[in-house]
Design a protein around this ligand. Structure first.
Ligand code: ZN
Length: 190
C-alpha cells in the first residue's frame, strides 16, 4: 500500500461502539510489521473514509493494538449523478498511519467539538493540548517524529486516547460523562 499516492480500496470493518469492552482496554504494542498489519491499515483507512471519519484507532475495529490512522485533509463532496442519485465523492486524500505512538512535549490548551465513530450521536467540546510532539513507527517499523498543532494535534490526542481505553466523552465533567453513559446504555437496552 502506497500512502503517498493513496488509492481508496479495501473492505469495511465493523466499528465497535460503547460499551464494547475492547474500547476500554489498554492496547498492546505492535511488534510485527508484516502483511497482515498492512492489510489491517488498508481496511481501516477504507472504513474511516466511508464511515466517514477523520480518524480511526485499531481498538475501534476490535484489534487491541497501538495503531491509528487519520486524515484531516480530505474532501467529501455531495454530487448528483447523471441518473439523479445523490452520492459522496471523496478526494484529496492525505492518509497518515501512526504505530506505537508516544506523545511528549505537550503545550497550550485548545477546545474543539469532537465526535467519535464508537460513540454515535454525541458531540461535545473537549479540552486538549494545543500542540505536541509525537514519535511513532510506520508500516515498515521505521521511526519518525513530528511536531503538530491544530486539528492534527487534536485528532492525534483523540485517537491516542483510544489506545489507552479512553473515549472522548470520558474527558468531560463527571456530570456530562455520567449523562452520556446512561443515555448510551439505555439506547443499547442495558
Ligand atoms: Zn474516537
Amino acid at each position: 500500500m502506497n500512502l503517498e499516492n493513496y488509492e481508496l480500496n479495501g473492505e469495511m470493518i465493523p466499528i465497535a461502539t460503547y460499551p464494547e469492552p475492547v474500547l476500554s482496554q489498554i492496547a498492546r504494542p505492535v511488534t510485527e510489521f508484516n502483511q497482515d498489519l498492512k492489510d489491517l491499515v488498508k481496511n481501516m483507512l477504507f472504513t474511516m473514509y466511508h464511515a466517514p471519519g477523520i480518524g480511526l484507532a485499531a481498538p475501534q475495529v476490535g484489534q487491541s493494538i497501538r495503531l491509528f490512522v487519520l486524515d484531516v485533509d480530505y474532501d467529501r463532496d455531495e454530487v448528483t449523478t447523471a441518473s439523479g442519485m445523490e452520492e459522496f465523492r471523496l478526494s484529496g486524500f492525505n492518509p497518515k498511519v501512526f504505530i506505537n505512538p508516544v506523545l511528549t512535549g505537550t503545550s497550550g490548551t485548545t477546545t474543539f467539538e469532537e465526535g467519535c465513530l464508537s460513540v454515535p450521536g454525541v458531540y461535545e467540546e473537549v479540552k486538549r493540548f494545543e500542540s505536541l510532539h509525537v514519535k511513532y513507527q510506520d508500516l515498515d517499523g521505521n521511526f519518525h517524529e513530528l511536531q503538530v498543532d491544530d486539528m492534527l494535534s487534536i485528532c492525534i490526542q483523540h485517537e491516542n486516547d483510544h489506545l489507552d481505553g479512553i473515549l472522548f466523552f470520558e474527558r468531560l465533567s463527571n456530570l456530562k460523562k455520567n449523562f452520556y453513559k446512561k443515555k448510551m446504555l439505555k439506547e443499547k437496552g442495558r
